[in-house]
Design a protein around this ligand. Structure first.
Ligand SMILES: [Zn+2]
Length: 494
C-alpha cells in the first residue's frame, strides 16, 4: 500500500510545484529516486525585512522619477557639449537631478549611500562626432559585514535618450520608457533597499551613452574591472515601462523578459570547447543569476508590488530568455559581460517600436514617440520589486561556493562533488541542485551527505548516486534564514 501511495504523493507535489512556479516538469526516470536522494526544488522562505522593503516600492514614486526625467526635454548624450540649451534641459541637468535624488535618499538613511560620479571624455567614434563628456551616476550601499562587503551587486538603467536622429542634441526626446523606466527601477531599489543592512554591497547606477553605443556602461564596467570590484551580479533594466498602446492586445503586463548570455563573452576558444564538452552552454554565471531571479519571483510573488499584475489575475513573473539580448540587439549588460561579470537584461514583454527612437509626431493617425502616457507605472513597480528582491537576497546570502569541482579521475555512475566555502559566514550550509539536460531550471535539491572533506581547509565533499552524464549539477550556499546564493556548476577535477 505504501509503495503505491508514495509515487502518487510525489506526483501531487510535483504538479503543484510546476503550476505554481513555472518550474520545468521532469521525467518518470528521475522521479524514481527522489525519496532517497533529494526533493523537488521549493521556493526559498520569505525574508520579512525584504518583504517590508518591497512593500515600500511605490508606483507614484516611479511616476515622479519618470516625469522628472522627461521634463529635461532631451537627454541625448551629446547635449552635454551644447551651450545653448535652455536651463533645465539636456543630459547634464538630468545627471544633476539623479545625483540630488540619490543624495536625498541617503539623507533619509543617515548618509548610508556614497553618491558618486564617473565622468569621462569619450573620444570621437561611431555616434560620437566630437570629444564628449559622459557622466554615470551611482550610489554605493556598503555591505554591513566587513568580511562580505567586497562582494558587489549592481542595478542599472540608462538615463540618456534619443529621437529619430541619434545626433540630435536639441529636439524633444522624452525617453519615458527607453529608459526612464529603467532608471526609475534603479532609483526605487536605492530608495527602499537603503533602509536595509545587507552583508554585501549594492550599487545603484544610472548610465549615459547607451544610445550612442553603450559608452557609459562600457566605461563603468572597465572601471569596475580596473578597480577590482568583486561584481557578482548586474541587473540591467532597459525598456521596462510595460508599453500601453491603445488597441494593442498582445502586450502582457504579467511578464517581464530576462535575457542572459549563453557562452560567456570573454571565453577563450579553449574555454568554449570545455563548455561544449560539458554541455554547459546554459550554465554561464549570467544564466545562473537569471535562474535565481525566477526562483525569487516564486518566493516574493505574493508581496507588495511583486503582487498580482496590473492587467489581470495572473501573477507577475519573469520569463527567462536564453539569449544574450533581443534578436541581434544589445544593451548595457553586455558591457559588463564583456568584462567577465554576470549580467542580465530586463525588458518588457512586447516593445512598441513606434514609441522608441522616434520624433514625437502623429502620422496617418499613428502616434510616434516615447511619451509618458504609454508607460504603466504599476508595471515598472513590479519590475522594481523583482530587482529589489534579487539584489537584497544576493547581498544577504552567503557567497556562492568557490572552486566547485566534479571528480572525474575514474569512470563512475556516482557523482562526487568538491567545493570550497572558506569565506562564508558561520552558519552557512550548502545544497546540491540538479536538472535534466533538457530542463531550463533547477529541478531537485538535497543537503544530505555533505561533509567537510579532509583534503583541504574549508573544503566540502558529497557523493550522490546520480550519473553526471544525465544531469547538470550545481552547488549553492544557504544561510540560516534561507537566503540562497546563485548555484555554481562544477568544473571537472581530473
Ligand atoms: Zn534603451
Amino acid at each position: 500500500m505504501k509503495a503505491c501511495l508514495r509515487p502518487l504523493a510525489i506526483a501531487v507535489v510535483l504538479t503543484a510545484m510546476t503550476s505554481a512556479t513555472g518550474v520545468h516538469a521532469f521525467s518518470d526516470d528521475l522521479k524514481r529516486d527522489l525519496d532517497a536522494i533529494g526533493a523537488p526544488i521549493r521556493p526559498a522562505p520569505v525574508d520579512p525585512a525584504i518583504a517590508h522593503a518591497l512593500q515600500q516600492i511605490s508606483p507614484q514614486q516611479v511616476q515622479h522619477t519618470i516625469e522628472t526625467l522627461v521634463s529635461f526635454h532631451t537627454r541625448n548624450t551629446l547635449s552635454s557639449m551644447t551651450r545653448d540649451l535652455p536651463a533645465g534641459q539636456g543630459v547634464s541637468a538630468a545627471a544633476d537631478w539623479i545625483e540630488s535624488e540619490l543624495k536625498r535618499y541617503s539623507a533619509d538613511c543617515s548618509g548610508c549611500l556614497e553618491v558618486r560620479r564617473d565622468t569621462f571624455t569619450e573620444s570621437p567614434q561611431g555616434r560620437v562626432p566630437q570629444p564628449t563628456t559622459i557622466t554615470n551616476v551611482y550610489a554605493i550601499l556598503r555591505g554591513s559585514d566587513p568580511s562580505q562587503a567586497k562582494r558587489m551587486y549592481l542595478v542599472t538603467g540608462h538615463y540618456d535618450s534619443r529621437n529619430t536622429d541619434v545626433l540630435d542634441t536639441h529636439g524633444f526626446a522624452p525617453g519615458a520608457n527607453d529608459d526612464s523606466s529603467g532608471v526609475a527601477v534603479s532609483l526605487e531599489c536605492a530608495r527602499v533597499l537603503s533602509r536595509l543592512k545587507p552583508r554585501a554591497t549594492i550599487i545603484f547606477a544610472a548610465v549615459a551613452g547607451e544610445e550612442q553605443g553603450l559608452n557609459g556602461s562600457r566605461h563603468l564596467a572597465k572601471l569596475a574591472k580596473s578597480e577590482g570590484w568583486q561584481l557578482e551580479g548586474v541587473l540591467n533594466n532597459d525598456i521596462v515601462g510595460g508599453n500601453t498602446t491603445p488597441g494593442d492586445t498582445l502586450q502582457n503586463k504579467s511578464l517581464v523578459r530576462v535575457f542572459s548570455e549563453s557562452i560567456p563573452a570573454p571565453a577563450t576558444p579553449e574555454q568554449a570547447r570545455l563548455i561544449q564538452g560539458l554541455g554547459y552552454e546554459s550554465d554561464s554565471s549570467s544564466r545562473e543569476l537569471a535562474r535565481m531571479i525566477l526562483d525569487l519571483s516564486t518566493t516574493y510573488h505574493g508581496i507588495g508590488n511583486a503582487r498580482k499584475s496590473s492587467s489581470g489575475s495572473a501573477y507577475f513573473r519573469p520569463v527567462l530568455e536564453f539569449r544574450r539580448d533581443r534578436f541581434l540587439r544589445g544593451g548595457d549588460h553586455t558591457s559588463f559581460n564583456q568584462e567577465g561579470f554576470p549580467a542580465v537584461r530586463f525588458t518588457e514583454w512586447r516593445e512598441d517600436f513606434n514609441h522608441q527612437h522616434q520624433n514625437v509626431r502623429t502620422e496617418n493617425g499613428i502616434e510616434y514617440g516615447d511619451l509618458l502616457k504609454f508607460v504603466d507605472f504599476q508595471y515598472v513597480a513590479h519590475v522594481a520589486a523583482l530587482n529589489a528582491a534579487t539584489l537584497a537576497t544576493l547581498a544577504y546570502a552567503p557567497p556562492a561556493p568557490e572552486n566547485v569541482r566534479v571528480v572525474t579521475k575514474d569512470l563512475d555512475n556516482n557523482t562526487t562533488l568538491h567545493w570550497i566555502g572558506s569565506d562564508a559566514p558561520s552558519g552557512t550550509k550548502y545544497e546540491i541542485v540538479w536538472r535534466e539536460l533538457t530542463a531550463p531550471t533547477w529541478q531537485f535539491s538535497t543537503n544530505k551527505g555533505i561533509n567537510p572533506s579532509n583534503q583541504a581547509p574549508g573544503e566540502y565533499a558529497v557523493t550522490l548516486p546520480i550519473s553526471k552524464d544525465n544531469v547538470i549539477f550545481g552547488v549553492r550556499a544557504v544561510d540560516a534564514e534561507g537566503h540562497r546564493s546563485p548555484a555554481v556548476a562544477p568544473m571537472p577535477e581530473r
